[in-house]
Write a protein that binds this ligand. Structure first.
Ligand code: IPE
Ligand code: IPE
Ligand code: MG
Length: 253
């Protein structure tokens, strides 16, 4: 019994094959509010700590050579939350981007954004543009932050762009392929995530990367996002590496 407990709580780094890592990991950053409420703090305190957790996990992903990290930070549905919470999330986003502009070069972590940013303040959009500009000079892990992002909205947006190009005669409906359609998504040029992690205990996608996760391996954990650590990431990667990915084919012996 003792041994089993010890094994479970030990760092899973030893179980990770670092030569066979997924190229792209996606994470739903969930559980910030509950993390704070458990401590008698306002929910926004959880978002603040959650932003720090993202910074350290992104840097660690760069360290071990993960090429792409895509995180769900604010959904198209999150506008339903109380005004004060939404406002504080936007203030924290501004703070995060300002700090990123100062540190990205040193950290060699590229930042980009997915979602409809047109509804954000001009100031936030300008900061996002500056992050994109700096990223163009860097080579490290490409971290895509999904803001005002919804998987369905992304697909509708892609379909509208495609339809518009058909109308102008640039492309033809009958020539569209799956690969071709993917080029209209926010994730154009980024391979699909092999591993999707959702902390916070819920086992659902909540409208995240609906197209891209068609064959992702899902890893759910009860750990709340602000408590997520390198050790948790190791556990998720170790679990992923034990999966048999068949893509509709037959089991490899
Ligand atoms: C995720 O944490 C962050 C956002 C959706 C902005 P939550 O705020 O959903 O935290 P819980 O799920 O209520 O604990
Ligand atoms: C998903 O979490 C969105 C983000 C983490 C940004 P939610 O907390 O909004 O999801 P539900 O409401 O539990 O499905
Ligand atoms: Mg939540």
């Amino acid at each position: 019994m003792k041994l089993a407990f010890k094994k479970k709580s030990a760092d899973a780094a030893g179980q990770v094959d670092f030569s066979r890592l997924p190229r792209h990991i996606a994470i739903i950053l969930d559980g910030n509010g509950r993390w704070a409420q458990k401590r008698g703090l306002p929910r926004t305190a959880g978002h603040k700590v959650g932003a720090e957790t993202f910074r350290s996990i992104a840097t660690y992903c760069r360290d071990i050579g993960i090429e792409y990290l895509t995180v769900y930070a604010f959904s198209t549905e999150n506008w339903k939350r109380p005004r004060e919470e939404v406002d504080t999330i936007m203030v924290l986003l501004k703070k995060y981007l300002l700090e990123a502009i100062d540190t990205m070069e040193r950290d060699n972590v590229r930042l980009s954004f997915m979602g409809d940013l047109s509804v954000l303040s001009g100031e936030l959009r300008e900061l996002a543009d500056r992050c994109n500009d700096i990223s163009a000079r860097l080579t490290g892990c490409l971290c895509s932050i999904c803001i005002n992002y919804g998987g369905r909205a992304e697909i509708v947006h892609a379909a509208q762009t495609f339809a518009e190009e058909c109308r102008t005669g640039l492309v033809k409906p009958e020539d569209l392929t799956e690969e071709g359609f993917a080029r209209y998504l926010y994730s154009a040029g980024i391979p699909s995530p092999e591993l999707l992690i959702r902390p916070g205990g819920e086992q659902r996608l909540s409208n995240f990367l609906l197209w891209q996760c068609a064959y992702a391996e899902f890893y759910f954990t009860n750990v709340l996002w602000p408590d997520f650590s390198k050790e948790e990431l190791h556990r998720a990667i170790a679990a992923y590496q034990k999966r048999n990915r068949r893509f509709g084919g037959v089991k490899q012996e």
